[in-house]
Design a binder for this molecule. Structure first.
Ligand code: ADP
Ligand code: ASP
Ligand code: MG
Length: 412
């Protein structure tokens, strides 16, 4: 079998952990498999590099930013290959460029277009363990270094697994699988043995950072068999796959949360066709992703309050866009709330069950939690609430839907 193993930042955070990764790769090879390892930068390294850049220049060029950020993964991939050799097995470290990962030219959030993988294929055939630097690629035209967005090593692993037709893609992290809620917040959270690509995609996009959203999207599109496991033990992990008869039959499968959004309200905007289009077109033009949108029409129909949420890191840039449009929008005031959080319930069973949203709202109200905005999809309901209440909301919803108990979950 060809197995791709991705190790995240905490799994390569220091020398001992890099040695642990190398040992596990060698063990896997010892069972007769071909092994390709994808590594992240050491935990905290990418943040440190971003911080350094911002100390030098508050508006660094994204091209230089990518050159800088890609260096974290270069370090761990070279060190991991050295560690494998120390264990007596041949290894070769490859950067994104050396593996042939070609992307578009949207610096800091590039999309992978194709992977050639020639050197990796040859090295695997020759019995090497191949260690690849995650999170990076190069553009086709000018071979600029690009990075794939935060958490992007997950995407590197899935895309390489597909390109090389690997039999399995394992994501090793600091938890031993996908849980019914973030196990660092809900002690009673339960590990899910198997989850559909669809539910995992919804969970990831609603903030469960255990897998990067685009990595799940690509895995689903190309049917890449994906597992989440811990690099610190040999527990079973979670399989992400297409639906089958052994899946849990539940209405709500898991709770997700997101602490990284801001809410902006444009107050007293002119209530006429084209205003919303102007606001959101201008924000989209800067590649800023708007999540929830709501509108209240004030008395007399002449003015509207338009609220929306965006990633908190984009607050300043979004405010500038709105202020530049003051004349056209005609607003009276802008309200910014950076202390919000989003809590979501996710489950394919919602398609055929009613009353799930009502139960969520009731549970939040019983705990005195006010809902600022609501969003629904076919398989999820999300609420924007005060950030101070976010962790409590995750816990009380986990209890209310009985997620700690497999049997309860099945009956809910
Ligand atoms: P890595 O650095 O290995 O990529 P991440 O920090 O990106 O690791 O992802 C792992 C983290 O995801 C866990 O430590 C956990 O706090 C968080 N997480 C959020 N939701 C979930 C969930 N439903 N199941 C498991 N982990 C979750
Ligand atoms: N090092 C990058 C980040 O911190 C990519 C990754 O870890 O997946 O976002
Ligand atoms: Mg991650």
């Amino acid at each position: 079998m060809l197995i791709v193993q991705k190790y995240g930042g905490t799994s390569v955070a220091n020398i001992e952990r890099i040695q642990n990764v190398a040992r596990r790769a060698v063990e896997t090879a010892g069972k007769g498999h071909s092994v390709l390892v994808v590594v992240s930068a050491m935990a905290g390294e990418t943040d440190k590099l971003i911080n350094l850049a911002h100390q030098i220049n508050e508006n660094p060029s994204t091209r230089e930013m990518d050159l800088l950020l890609s260096s974290g993964e270069r370090i761990t991939c070279a060190l991991t290959a050295m560690a494998v050799e120390k264990f007596g097995k041949k290894a070769i470290a490859l950067t994104g460029r050396q593996l042939g990962i070609y992307t578009d030219s949207v610096h800091t959030r590039a999309h992978i277009e194709y992977i050639t993988g020639e050197r990796a294929k040859k090295a695997l055939k020759d019995g090497y363990i191949v260690v690849v630097a995650g999170f990076q690629g190069i553009t086709k035209e000018t071979e600029e270094v690009t990075t794939l967005g935060r958490g992007g090593s997950d995407l590197s692993a899935v895309a390489i697994a597909y390109a090389l037709r690997a039999d399995l893609c394992e994501i090793y992290t600091d938890v031993d699988g996908v849980y019914t809620a973030d196990p660092n917040i809900v002690k009673k959270a339960r590990k899910i043995k198997k989850i559909t690509y669809e539910e995992m995609l919804e969970l990831a996009s609603l903030g469960a950072k255990v897998l990067q959203t685009r990595s799940v999207e690509v895995a689903a599109k190309f049917n890449v068999p994906l597992m989440v496991k811990s690099s610190f033990n040999y527990n079973e992990g979670t399989l992400i796959t297409t639906e089958d008869k052994d899946m849990e039959k539940v209405v709500v499968s898991a709770i997700a949360h997101d602490k990284n959004q801001s809410k902006i309200t444009v107050k007293g905007a002119l209530n006429r066709p084209g205003i919303a289009a102007l606001i959101f077109k201008s924000i989209a033009a800067k590649n800023i992703i708007v999540d929830m949108i709501g509108q209240n029409i004030a008395k007399g129909d002449e003015r509207a309050d338009i609220s929306f949420t965006i990633p908190r890191s984009e607050t300043k840039e979004t405010l500038k866009i709105i202020r530049d449009l003051k004349k056209e929008i005609g607003y009276t005031d802008i309200d910014v709330n950076e202390n919000i959080g989003k809590v979501s319930i996710v489950g394919v069973g919602m398609r055929t069950h009613s009353g799930v949203a009502a139960k969520m709202f009731e549970t939040l109200s019983e705990h005195g939690i006010n809902i600022m905005m609501i969003n629904t999809s076919e398989i999820s309901v999300s609420c924007i609430i005060d950030l101070r209440h976010l962790e409590m909301a995750v816990r009380v919803l986990h209890d209310a839907f009985g997620l700690e108990n497999e049997l309860n979950a099945q009956l809910s």
